[in-house]
Design a protein around this ligand. Structure first.
Ligand SMILES: C[S@@+](CC[C@H](N)C(=O)[O-])C[C@H]1O[C@@H](n2cnc3c(N)ncnc32)[C@H](O)[C@@H]1O
Length: 176
């Protein structure tokens, strides 16, 4: 498989998992106003996708979902930068532990896109993010992630058709 093929498959898997997660969230009335978390803004591609899909999923009659973004240093397309109230700029390690107080409610969906070219650093970051994310998730919340995460209280969920095992990861928090 060429590197282009591999990149395309990764992006297709990412989109399929995000769309699955948005669909699950839309079907959970208890989480109708639960916020969404995006860890890793990057150039804003997946943030923009979530914004787009969450809006579609809920129609005009429900309030737009609040999306809170965590990113070390914002360098996204200007159209894809959240306002200051929805941005935790800085290291995940500094911001995740105190985030619930500022967000004010546990999330119904979290997307973690945190990988870099350094496998050891990425593994260490994933080892931190899994446990740090758990207190931010509502019962029944869904998580999509580019890395395998050990999130206390969450179980893995089968991937959508066409997504190879290990290419992306889905989890659901116990419903309480
Ligand atoms: C793979 S990119 C995200 C791509 C993005 N989801 C998109 O679709 O454009 C990973 C992002 O995570 C951020 N990141 C990595 N480690 C971090 C850390 N410890 N704290 C905060 N942000 C971090 C990087 O700065 C980078 O923007």
């Amino acid at each position: 498989m060429s590197r282009l093929d591999s990149a395309i498959r990764r992006l297709q898997a990412q989109r399929a998992c995000l769309d699955w997660a948005v669909g699950e969230l839309a079907a959970l009335p208890d989480l109708a106003t639960a916020p969404v978390l995006e860890l890793g803004l990057g150039n804003g591609r997946t943030y923009d996708h979530l914004r787009d899909r969450l809006h579609d999923a809920h129609g005009d009659h429900l309030p737009n979902r609040e999306i809170f973004v965590f990113e070390r240093k914002v360098a996204a397309h200007p159209d894809c930068v959240p306002d200051a109230a929805h941005l935790f700029e800085g290291d995940f390690r500094d911001n995740l532990p105190n985030a619930l107080a500022r967000i004010g409610a546990r999330a119904g969906l979290a997307h973690c896109d945190i990988g870099s070219g350094d496998a050891a650093l990425t593994k260490a970051l994933a080892d931190f993010v899994g446990p740090a994310l758990a207190p931010l998730l509502a019962p029944g919340a869904v998580v999509a992630a580019d890395q395998a995460l050990a999130i206390p209280g969450c179980q893995p969920v089968p991937l959508p058709d066409g997504v190879a095992v290990g290419r992306y990861h889905l989890y659901r928090m116990a419903s309480g």
